[in-house]
Write a protein that binds this ligand. Structure first.
Ligand SMILES: [Zn+2]
Length: 278
């Protein structure tokens, strides 16, 4: 096993797209990578009814997630076996197994067990907005942040193995400058789509809070290939699918991360390395 390990923790199959370039880049550098998926995205869209039914969507998306992980060179994949809570305000939110309803102590325990087993130095998850406010994204942000602290504390969950101190916790970030550029582009095109009602001023985080700007241009093709494995989610009417390839390419050629907690000191500007000081 490699001495360096990177763990991404997300809510649904396809959420890992937010850090797929990092997974490829660090894997190429010999870092062992892993992904946790809290749910199987059971209540997501079905782009093509030939691919899945609402009854078997979770099973189909698990297969898609495994295929995407394979493309990304991720050999460690865990499902927490919770149920997709659906978009905010939908009846799916109230399902007894919905991830957003789960007791924190239980979900954190599952994550602590994985962290103590895999022993990553770097942990990545969504920020407190969950990217765009999906209840499961916000839940995974909360539980992963708690697990970062709990895994290092031998008094908590002593039955789950020896304590492990993850060196750094990062949140995937949308820098406001990029969101604004996207907003300007949409305006110039008079784009009327699902994102047109959102206020670019309220999306993303101020650029100065981004601690790692990762240039993942060289991984574009592989990123796209892993993304395409989520076939049930490839709705041609989706906002991203409608963007011209050059706009999409620019958007995807860079990944941004916010350092949320560190046991090895702060990141230094222009270092742009999730494993700096490790
Ligand atoms: Zn998601």
């Amino acid at each position: 096993m490699s001495t360096k390990r990177l763990l991404g923790v997300f809510a649904h199959p396809d959420d890992e797209g937010t850090m797929s370039g990092a997974l490829l880049q660090y894997s190429a550098l010999g870092v062992e990578t892993g992904l946790v998926c809290a749910t199987r995205g059971e209540v997501g869209e079905i782009a093509d009814p030939a691919l899945a039914t609402p009854e078997n969507l979770g099973q189909v998306r698990e297969g898609e997630m495994r295929a995407a992980a394979e493309v990304l060179g991720v050999h460690n994949l865990w499902f927490l076996d919770y149920r997709d809570s659906g978009m905010a305000g939908t009846p799916e939110n109230a399902h007894p197994h919905a991830f957003a309803q789960v007791q924190a102590a239980e979900a954190v325990g599952k994550l602590v067990a994985i962290i103590r087993q895999f022993r990553p130095q770097v942990l990545v998850t969504f920020d407190e907005t969950g990217g765009y406010g999906h209840p499961d994204h916000i839940a995974i942000y909360r539980h992963t942040t708690s697990a970062f602290h709990a895994a290092a504390d031998g008094v908590q969950y002593p039955e789950l193995g020896p304590a492990h101190s993850v060196a750094k916790l990062y949140y995937t970030a949308f820098p406001r400058s990029a969101v604004q550029a996207m907003g300007e582009w949409m305006q110039s095109q008079e784009y009327e789509g699902s994102f047109s009602g959102l206020d670019p001023e309220k999306l993303g985080i101020p650029d100065e809070l981004v601690s790692v700007w990762l240039n993942v241009e060289q991984w574009q093709t592989t990123k796209d290939r892993s993304w395409a494995m989520h076939r049930t989610q490839m709705d041609p009417n989706n906002f991203m699918a409608q963007l011209p390839p050059e706009v999409l390419r620019k958007w995807r050629s860079r990944e941004c991360y916010q350092l949320a907690a560190s046991r090895v000191g702060p990141d230094v500007p222009d270092e742009n390395d999730l494993f700096a000081h490790i």
